[in-house]
Design a protein around this ligand. Sequence first.
Ligand code: OFO
Length: 182
Amino acid sequence: MISDKMTQALNEQVNREMYSAILYMSMSAHCNQVGLKGFANWFMVQYHEEMLHAMKIFEYIQRQGAQVKLAAIQAPPADFKSPLDLFTQTLAHEQFITRSINDLMEVAIAEKDHASQIFLEWYVTEQVEEEENDNDIIAQLKLISDNPQGLMMLDRELAGRMTTVPTDFSKGVAAAMAAAGA
Ligand code: OFO
């Protein structure tokens, strides 16, 4: 059982995670368009990560016997100035998501909702990794500066990022995670 307040806060987070997914999808399309296929791959992998984030909350709300209420997802930007701009925006967005996860945790604590606190711990840890990944790439992009060779090398490195999260949730998140070995 979860409170109406907790349910509403979790539904809002589903929307934020879905927005994250389409934001990174849009960034992937932009990277493809400017010939940065490795960057495009990195953002598509990130898209799948975000869908998992959304699906976990979507399922948790239902397992708690509460109502999922999906809402319209805001349109993401389509134009970006540079790879550094992409990752600066990505980091800013992830910091916003971190704050929203912290706010959700505050609701769970205020509601004395221990199950939701335990559930949200995964997201607290995940956000540390999300911000770390972006900071690492931003640092590399600053070193590369305007060097096209350096950019091509980073593009090749980002092409190697694999999707390690499940992408088929038809049998639920736990079954999908097991099938994906995640
Ligand atoms: Fe990128 O962590 Fe979810 O939104």
